[in-house]
Design a protein around this ligand. Structure first.
Ligand code: FES
Length: 957
């Protein structure tokens, strides 16, 4: 093997290299930290960035000999124990370090910039980060972080706050406190699944279907099995025959059990055919090429219209079964079941009709819509649609499984460790005690990792072979076989009086759930339940139908159906305002929800079970509209200065929920250490959004101790109590709520113990900072309480549990404003300015909350203007790379993006907190579409709003 010599982080190295070895692979082999992989060696994500002779390069594009004689710098060079550089600390403090998967690359690129340019401006920062993809942050806070780093370099005592703070009455909550895992991530520390891989780990690779719809007539794996280094080949013949849903939802899941690990039928291009477990990824790849498959190809369907057509090919033809609510004619329905098909099991009835490709359906409403339309002076009937977008977390789906004695250990990048354990245990046929799931840091999730995408196969492979297994999706697999947002077509009918009062609303949602029914009921229902309650209207009706088709699988994606529903209903409202000749902002103000409003419509929107009407406990929509309008200059017409360019403004109001009341639950425990500090065991799943910091803050707040007196251990099914997981905007509300309950109980225990030690009545005692109990006659600190209770004569170590369940809903609200420029010559739409003002209750982590709003804005500007998966007529994805799909890079950021938080004190959430992240995805599409109309007078009702669609609407194509 050839030998190269180079300098790595200041130390000379001489290494033998494998012919063809990439520098990124070499560095990972040598144990370098922070060399991440977000694309398939295409140099498109920048996660493997290094400094080569002081300049940034993606190391996956270099072959090892190209660094011979050169100087290589990785994040290691900027990573000193317990100390962060000025830049690293600024990135953490400004909320730029969310999941942290891109952070080493960002640090290197910006350290390089700061070394070259004394006072970098926005253009220089944009240029420096132009090759680094970050899906979490939306980049905007990077500019502030660089400025803060410069200020700290000039003056190490610089004390300026990187973000606005809230709630003067509170010590930590609402204040900028360093993210508890921020330093680890800023140093590129070992935190992700890939960092747990040990020598001897085997590799899984999947053979994906070339057909969108086909039976596997025969499959021959003998040549693959004969290849040296192949451990096992898995197909439908040697894997469990039971069906399940991959949707990580609370049991009983509303999603149908309609897939098995490997089926005899494939239902989309890229669907599972066979998997190889081998000693190396190269052997696994070669073995895949030796598998021979005979196909019985079937005609596919790709749209709800095709799926619903008379005589359409049926995707699921197996027998149906029900845990509860079986229909009376079940035997008749099963009479024509195909024995080759695995069948579908329903935990709850979801009004499906698989023989007609209907995966789920529901309808409901309040009042009398016929009367409402009869009362209206204007009735408007419009149809809106949206395409197929991908979550694109920078870290693809990845899992590492290994045996720990006779138990299975799963290192997972997941949103739902406890649901994952439940589903995997059932597949393996073992009690949950035999399976442990450790949630590692996730390199971005956004809903995509609510589903069990890779864990079932890896778990089975390790369970039956005893060998550790790593399975990591390629970026192409991420596009064709992970999870995407449901495409939907939504018809909206609105009725309104001449003076702008809504009298009737009808929504008919047709969703494309793809080959399997994960989230097939709940996502399209959310399109209704997160949009209809924004308007106070007495007569409302909705219909939801979800269809099986042969597109890549759909699932959860930040917003969970709400972005599509919001686009349809908010744009329809803008169209109605236009038809009535009323200012759109005034129309929203006239009809919008308010604090105290009773939301009767939610009685019909219970996600597979009975819903519950909810009263709005807090609502910051009024100030959000007011401040957003001021920021965007609502009513002021901007002069473009170029004859073929027009400028327009649009507005949308948005809402989301805070977890699933009556469905989900969270638990936590607070234990006192011997020195009086605390360890929190939280079931909550931090996805990089700062949940562990929320947990630490609410406990430190409640117990009045410094932040570093609280450590958080989270999301390990062996160690931490049950939590439903991080989805449905539940983290702060549910997991934070459980931590607060546990802390409140700990406070009671501390007061009881102090009363005994001080020999005073408990009633006169109070907790005080920095961790003591004060009474009229004396004070005892927490350490003395701990030493006393944990002594041989004590009452025992103080441990407090907290559970959070609720039937009350807390809704975050927001107002989003866009100002766009439309080029009437090219049809190009450019967002010039964007303002999002959101009511998140009490923002517990203000800088991270703002970061999630910025992230949501840029994601959905991408969805609105250009992001879309494209397919050929056979169902093959034509753009399965980050560049061809075109994820937003820092250069796509509008020049003026503004996010602001309105603080309301919600009565249910911890310290008045509500959710903040998902809601930020609901405003861009309707606000931009309305702005396009304001600019050029055309309504684009299908997103993304591509130049072709704009030109066609203008009559120029
Ligand atoms: Fe950049 Fe997550 S923080 S990808």
């Amino acid at each position: 093997m050839p030998t190269i010599s180079f300098v790595l982080d200041g130390r000379p190295r001489v290494e033998e290299v494998v012919p063809g070895e990439r520098v990124s692979d070499l560095l990972v082999r040598l144990g370098a930290r922070g060399i991440r992989k977000g694309c398939d060696h295409h140099g498109q994500c920048g996660a493997c960035t290094i400094l080569l002779d002081g300049r940034t390069v993606p190391s996956c594009l270099l072959l090892a000999p190209q660094i011979h004689g050169r100087d290589v710098t990785t994040i290691e060079a900027f990573s000193r124990p317990r100390v962060l550089s000025a830049l690293q600390s600024a990135l953490v403090d400004c909320g730029v370090v969310q999941c942290g998967y891109c952070t080493p690359a960002m640090v290197l690129a910006l350290e390089d910039l700061l070394a070259r340019v004394a006072e970098p401006g926005r253009a220089e920062v944009t240029d420096a980060l132009s090759g680094v993809f970050c899906r979490c942050t939306g980049y905007e806070q990077v500019f502030g972080a660089v400025a803060l780093a410069r200020a700290r370099l000039r003056d190490p005592a610089f004390a300026g706050s990187p973000a606005p703070e809230f709630r003067e009455d509170l010590l930590h909550v609402g204040k900028v406190r360093r993210k508890v895992d921020g330093a680890l991530l800023a140093r590129g520390g070992r935190a992700f699944v890939e960092d747990r891989v040990e020598p001897g780990t085997c590799h899984l690779k999947m053979l994906g279907s070339p057909h969108a719809h086909a039976w596997i007539a025969d499959i021959d794996t003998s040549a693959a099995e004969a290849l040296p280094g192949v451990i096992r080949v898995f197909t439908w013949r040697n894997t469990p025959a039971l069906t399940y849903t991959t949707a990580g939802q609370s049991w009983p899941e509303p999603s149908p059990y309609d897939r098995r690990m490997f089926a005899r039928k494939v239902r989309h291009v890229g669907d599972r055919v066979a998997a190889v477990l081998a000693e190396t990824p190269e052997i696994a790849e070669e073995a895949l090429g030796r598998i021979r498959v005979s196909w019985e190809v079937l005609p596919p369907v790709f749209t709800p219209e095709e799926a619903a057509a008379e005589g359409a090919p049926c995707l699921h033809s197996g027998p149906l079964s029900f845990l509860t609510g079986a229909p009376a004619d079940l035997d008749a329905r099963n009479a024509d079941a195909d024995p080759r098909d695995e069948g579908i099991h329903y935990c709850v009835p979801i009004h499906a009709d698989p023989r007609r490709n209907v995966a789920a359906s529901v309808s409901g409403g309040i009042g009398d819509v016929a009367r409402g339309f009869a009362e209206a002076d204007v009735v408007l009937d419009r149809t809106y649609s949206g395409g197929h977008v991908q979550c694109t977390p920078l870290e693809p789906h990845v899992v590492l499984t290994r045996m720990d004695g006779d138990r299975l250990l799963i290192h997972a990048s997941t949103q739902v460790p406890f649901h994952l354990r439940r589903i995997v245990s059932r597949i393996l046929g073992v009690p949950e005690t035999r399976v442990r799931v450790v949630k590692e840091h996730t390199g971005g999730a956004f809903g995509a990792k609510q589903d069990m995408v890779v864990e079932d196969v890896a778990a089975w492979a390790t369970w039956v072979t005893g060998r550790p297994a790593l399975w990591r999706y390629t970026r192409e697999e991420e596009f064709v076989a992970a999870r995407t947002r449901h495409p939907m077509t939504i018809r909206v009918r609105l009725g309104a009086t001449r003076d702008g009062r809504l009298t009737a609303i009808e929504m008919d949602v047709r969703a494309n759930t793809g080959p399997y029914g994960g989230h097939c009921l709940t996502v399209p229902m959310n399109a209704c339940s997160k949009s209809l309650p924004l308007f106070l209207c007495d007569n409302v009706h909705f219909e939801v139908t979800s269809y099986y088709t042969d597109i890549p699988p759909t699932g959860a994606y930040q917003g969970y159906g709400a972005p599509k529903g919001s686009f349809a209903l908010q744009l329809a409202a803008a169209e109605m305002a236009d038809a009535l000749g009323i200012d759109p902002l005034a129309f929203l103000e006239r009809n919008r929800v308010r604090e105290g409003s009773m939301l009767e419509i939610l009685r019909c929107l219970g996600e597979g079970r009975e819903g519950r009407a909810q009263r709005v406990s807090s609502c910051g929509l009024g100030p959000a509209l007011e401040r957003g309008a001021a920021r965007i200059g609502w009513g002021r017409r901007e002069a473009p200065g170029r004859p073929h360019v027009r400028i327009g403004k649009g507005v949308a109001i948005v809402q989301q929920g805070s977890g699933l009341p009556g469905v989900d639950a969270a638990n936590a425990a607070v234990t006192q250490n011997g020195d009086g500090t605390f360890l929190v065991h939280s079931g909550g799943t931090d996805l990089g959004t700062g949940l562990d910091t929320v947990v630490a803050k609410v406990v430190a707040e409640c117990l009045q101790v410094p932040m570093d007196h609280v450590a958080v251990l989270a999301a390990d099914t062996d160690v931490t109590p049950f939590d439903a997981g991080a989805y449905a905007s539940s983290g702060t509300f549910f997991s934070g709520g459980a931590a607060l309950r546990a802390a409140e109980r700990m406070r009671d225990l501390l007061l009881d113990a102090a009363a005994r030690l001080l020999d005073e009545p408990r009633d006169g005692l109070a907790i005080a900072f920095p961790g003591e109990v004060r009474g009229p006659r004396g004070t005892v600190d927490f350490e003395r309480i701990a030493r006393a209770t944990q002594s041989g004569t004590g009452s025992g170590q103080l441990v407090a549990w907290g559970s959070f369940v609720t039937d009350e809903a807390s809704f975050p609200y927001g107002a989003h404003f866009a100002e766009v420029e439309v080029d009437t010559g090219t049809g190009a739409v450019t967002v010039r300015r964007y303002a999002a003002v959101q009511d998140a209750g009490t923002p517990i982590n203000p800088e991270l909350a703002l970061g999630q709003v910025y992230g949501g804005i840029l994601k959905t500007i991408g969805h609105s203007l250009w992001e879309e998966m494209r397919f050929d007529s056979e169902g093959r994805c034509l753009n399965p790379t980050l560049r061809d799909y075109r994820v937003p890079m820092i250069g796509d950021l509008p020049p003026d993006v503004y996010a602001e938080l309105v603080c309301t004190d919600d009565p249910v959430g911890p310290y008045g907190a509500k959710s903040v992240a998902e809601i930020s995805c609901n405003g861009a599409a309707p606000a931009i579409a309305a702005a396009i109309h304001d600019a050029v007078g055309v309504w684009i009702r299908d997103w993304p709003f591509t130049p072709e669609k704009v030109l066609r609407a203008l009559g120029s194509l």
